[in-house]
Design a protein around this ligand. Structure first.
Ligand SMILES: *Cc1c(COP(=O)(O)O)cnc(C)c1O
Length: 387
């Protein structure tokens, strides 16, 4: 994985520069009128007009396709743009989606509030119950959308079961692989049709670029590209350049995230002020065996429910010195959020309760610091916390 991250862009780098230039240009010259006419109608030209593509996009796409094991990839201006484009690029009025009750909040809003306005409906099911996906499929179902491990409670979707369900039916399967990254999980190898990423997270890895990505067959990616083109979901060349830099260390970073998160999860699990730890790498996770069967590592994301409810969560968050209070995840430094407050607009109190996002829950994106320092920080903050 590290070798792919370092070398897979090589063929797409048309220069001798080891670190490729940033093609900070909106347009490209053609050699002749004939050549211009040809490029203008080509599928995915990297040098025509940057909304169509750019050499910096091409290098990231080659690397991501290699790491995920897909034929082709597309980078977009954000993770939400990738989700929007994969849905709108593949679906039409009357089509039906089966998705999960728990998703990244933006995806849930798209599925519940916007797609129905255009005649595309979704049935949301418990992702831990493969039978529920099967039961929700209708003749007009065209897409199954999953996210595993899911934000923020780290439930797992059985990817092999989803592939089996869609087999021999005209159903596209899409997996949000943001939390796992291709280092820990490669859904395409299990038969999923398309993977999407918020590349803002682990792929960029440095909290400095907002971006998204899609990986799948050449045909599917080209179809979605055609929609992304009219949606204007274009990534800036500089942000693509940052993603390529992130990909070069993705393997190394994710190994460290995995290691630190397991250390923190194990420490918190035995702490008297902690009621429950949600981390698929712990044997106590109800789907630990399933996680092991489709993942190679368990990511840097975990959630913790404090025994003292909201006041304990609030007090822990305010008492941390190293971990930073900030949205987002997957970057170099440890971040912590209080999901019930962060999603109070998107999720009603009943929805939060029914999805298990209660007042004592905190979500931690474990960073790349030395594990001992992260553990010390949580230890002192839990001591300081009111119980
Ligand atoms: C952040 C995130 C998204 C949305 O990505 P943006 O880059 O913020 O648009 C989608 N899915 C998951 C799992 C995420 O964490």
């Amino acid at each position: 994985m590290q070798t792919r991250g370092v070398h897979a862009a090589r063929a797409a780098n048309q220069t001798s520069a080891i670190s490729p230039p940033i093609y900070q240009t909106t347009t490209f010259s053609a050699g002749s009128a004939e050549e211009f006419a040809e490029i203008a109608v080509a599928a995915r030209p990297p040098e025509f007009y940057t909304r169509y593509g750019n050499p910096n996009h091409e290098m990231v796409e080659a690397t991501l396709a290699s790491m995920e094991g897909g034929e082709a990839a597309l980078v977009t201006s954000s993770g939400m743009a990738a989700i929007f484009a994969v849905m709108l690029g593949n679906l039409r009025q009357g089509d039906h989606i089966v998705a999960q009750r728990n998703h990244y909040a933006g995806a849930t809003t798209l599925l519940k509030d916007y797609l129905p306005r255009w005649g595309i409906t979704a049935t949301l099911v418990d992702q831990t119950d493969s039978e529920a996906f099967a039961a929700a499929i209708r003749p007009e179902t065209r897409l199954i959308y999953v996210e595993t491990p899911v934000n923020p409670l780290m439930q797992i979707t059985d990817l092999r079961a989803i592939v089996e369900l869609a087999r021999h039916q005209n159903i596209i399967t899409v997996c949000d692989n943001t939390f796992a990254t291709p280092v820990n999980q490669r859904p395409l190898e299990l038969g999923i049709d398309a993977v999407i990423h918020s590349a803002t997270k682990y792929i960029g890895g440095h909290h400095d670029a907002t971006a998204g990505a899609l990986v799948g067959s050449r045909e599917l990616v080209e179809r979605v590209w055609r929609f992304a083109l009219v949606a204007g979901a274009t990534l800036s060349p500089f942000d693509a350049w940052l993603l390529l830099r992130g990909l070069r260390t993705l393997g190394l970073r994710v190994e460290r995230h995995n290691h630190n998160a397991l250390a923190l999860a194990s420490f918190l699990e035995t702490h008297p002020r902690v009621a429950r730890v949600y981390y698929p790498g712990l044997p106590s996770h109800p789907q630990h065996h399933l996680a092991r069967s489709q993942m190679e590592g368990f990511t840097g994301m975990l959630s913790v429910e404090l025994a003292g409810g909201y006041s304990a969560a609030e007090s822990l968050i305010s008492s941390l010195h190293l971990a930073t209070r900030a949205a987002s995840l997957g970057g170099f430094e440890t971040l912590i959020v209080h999901p019930a407050s962060m999603w109070s607009l998107q999720l009603s109190p009943e929805q939060r309760q029914s999805t298990g996002i209660n007042e004592g829950l905190v979500r931690i994106s474990v960073g790349l610091e030395d594990a001992a320092d992260i553990l010390d920080d949580f230890d002192q903050a839990l001591r300081a916390a009111r119980s």
